[in-house]
Design a protein around this ligand. Sequence first.
Ligand SMILES: [Zn+2]
Length: 98
Amino acid sequence: MLRIECPCCGPRDHDEFRYGGDASVTRPAHDDPDPEAWYRYVYVRTNPAGLHREFWQHVIGCRQWLVVERDTRNHAIASVDLARKLSARKSPARKPPA
Ligand SMILES: [Zn+2]
């Protein structure tokens, strides 16, 4: 069982959250005509043994999107941050899923 430390609500069971996908991929620009870039964004994923950045939404809580850095080998959570806070610092193309 995972316990995710929501920045807004505190530690909660992972049953309160919905997994939103890989947070380490970068979305191409909306007008990028390269089908290969879109193919990689939608379908190509790595399967790392170690730290992995993931989107999670606190659906039974504050409904915020989070970026959780989790070790796939033992499920230890290294960091949790609000996705909107991180996306404000990065390119506008990097947003949490809708
Ligand atoms: Zn929350």
